[in-house]
Design a protein around this ligand. Structure first.
Ligand code: GDP
Ligand code: MG
Length: 448
């Protein structure tokens, strides 16, 4: 115990900084992990320099070794860039809420439309899917299939009309989107999800079409759907959509694959937009609300390390409580106020037996308190609070009339006050003995 205490104090007293060598070694590891996760190179560069700066100015932690401390900073920064907490969908004050999907062909927009519709339906919404992708021959059919699976109606251009792909005239996706929204209004759908066309690569025509649809339906959310496997192209693609159409949020698709999710960090850090959902398979139920903290550990691939860090910090809290107890016993007068603080500490820890067990020589007291009633702490607190500072410092001056006053003030009896004073006297004696060194070998030189 004394070893642990001593090192705890050593750590507590260290007001140093992490060494640059420690930081650089860990940052190198982090850089490799991020590149392995396919985070864009320029994002990795910016990120690691932020982390390095923060680590250089961080106070040395008593709980963690330097590497763990850097990893902790990395994790916090990752979570922050990924949006901190999950950002829920924004709904329009006056329905319908319009959600526009944008992204490259094959990103997973149409699949997402169905997933989102099912998800919203489960929350009691009444979505309408709008097929504004008239680019690919079977795009409308695909959305109809998805809609049927999700149990959600699909608005599509009628065969033979100008809006329809089979009419010989190129369909007008903007008109379809506008008509879809009007239909949603008249049929009282509270959410409209507009599926759009994509190209294999970013191009001007695609952006213009998406912007025109955006202007026609004035969406509450524009969700940029991006394939998590896209790797290093994530930045350029996200930037192109951010500039070309603009988006309010991101959906990461195909997270069921090998991708470690580096694209998430790339997109979030380049565009500053939050990731709302993750798509994790071809089935409509393979869909999750996005959790930045989980993604951070996936990107770092250091789930175990993060767990270790958490545990180390928890253990450190216990060490600090232990150190506080040691401080109390080694102090030169153990006053009623200390006694009260100690009781409150015990209650706060929720496990005073454990704490007493950590203190050598406390066996006696532990036994005495084995059947200690938690409400007892309230009573002790009330009694001590009803004493004057002078009485707390020197309980000897508490005579009969003071005792009666204290009992009245604390809603207890004179007997209760007596019992407390007796108990305190016993504890005080024990503390004094231990402070002399008898009970706590190796405590010499400990700060009081
Ligand atoms: P769109 O062109 O953006 O509309 O993309 P689609 O929704 O048509 O999806 C393209 C392909 O990716 C389809 O074969 C989908 O089944 C598949 N897909 C979509 N989302 C996911 C996903 O989260 N995981 C996997 N494994 N496949 C997906
Ligand atoms: Mg599609």
């Amino acid at each position: 115990l004394s070893d642990r205490l001593t090192s705890t104090f050593k750590n507590l007293r260290t007001k140093g900084r992490l060494s640059e060598a420690d930081i650089d070694a860990t940052v190198r590891e982090i850089r490799r992990a991020l590149l392995d996760a396919d985070v864009a190179v320029q994002v990795v560069r910016a990120f690691t320099s932020t982390v390095r700066e923060r680590a250089l100015s961080a106070e040395v932690s008593g709980a963690l070794n330097p590497a763990q401390q850097v990893v902790k900073i990395v994790n916090e920064e990752l979570v922050a860039i990924l949006g901190g907490d999950n950002r829920p969908l924004t709904f329009a004050k006056a329905p319908p809420t319009v959600i526009l999907l944008a992204g490259l062909q094959g990103a997973g927009k149409t699949t997402l439309a169905g997933k989102l519709a099912l998800h919203l339906r489960g929350q009691g919404h009444t979505p309408l899917l709008v097929a504004a992708d008239l680019q690919r021959p079977n795009a409308v059919t695909q959305l109809k299939v998805v809609g049927e699976r999700a149990g959600v109606p699909v608005f599509a251009p009628h065969p033979g009309t100008a809006g329809h792909e089979g009419a010989g005239v190129p369909g007008d996706p903007v008109a379809v989107a506008r008509d879809g929204l009007a239909t949603a209004r008249s049929r009282q759908h509270d959410v409209v999800i507009v599926d759009t066309a994509g190209r294999l690569g970013v191009d001007a025509e695609l952006m213009q079409q998406a912007s025109d649809i955006r202007d026609a339906v004035d969406p509450d959310e524009i969700l940029f759907v991006i394939d998590a496997m896209i790797g290093q192209d994530a930045v350029a693609t996200a930037q192109a959509f951010a500039d070309g159409v603009g988006f309010t949020g991101v959906v990461l698709s195909k997270l069921d694959g090998d991708a470690r999710g580096g694209a998430a960090l790339s997109v979030a850090s380049v565009t500053g937009r939050p990731i709302l959902f993750a798509s994790t398979g071809e089935k409509l139920t393979d869909f999750e609300v996005f959790h930045p903290d989980r993604m951070a550990s996936r990107i770092l691939d250091m789930g175990d390390v993060l767990t270790l860090i958490e545990q180390a910090e928890k253990a450190f809290d216990a060490d600090q409580a232990e150190a506080m107890a040691a401080k109390l016993v080694s102090g030169d007068g153990f006053t009623l106020e200390d006694f009260l603080v100690q009781m409150q500490q015990l209650r706060k820890m929720g496990s005073m037996k454990k704490m007493l067990g950590m203190l050598p020589g406390m066996g006696q007291m532990r036994e005495a308190l084995d059947d200690f009633d938690e409400r007892e702490v309230d009573r002790i607190e009330a009694i001590v609070r009803s004493m004057t500072p002078a009485e707390r410092r020197a309980p000897k001056i508490i005579n009969g009339s003071r005792r009666a006053r204290i009992a009245r003030g604390s809603g207890t009896t004179a007997t209760d006050v007596n019992q407390l004073l007796d108990r305190f006297a016993g504890a005080q004696k024990m503390m004094a003995q231990m402070a002399k060194g008898g009970g706590m070998p190796g405590m010499a030189g400990m700060p009081g």
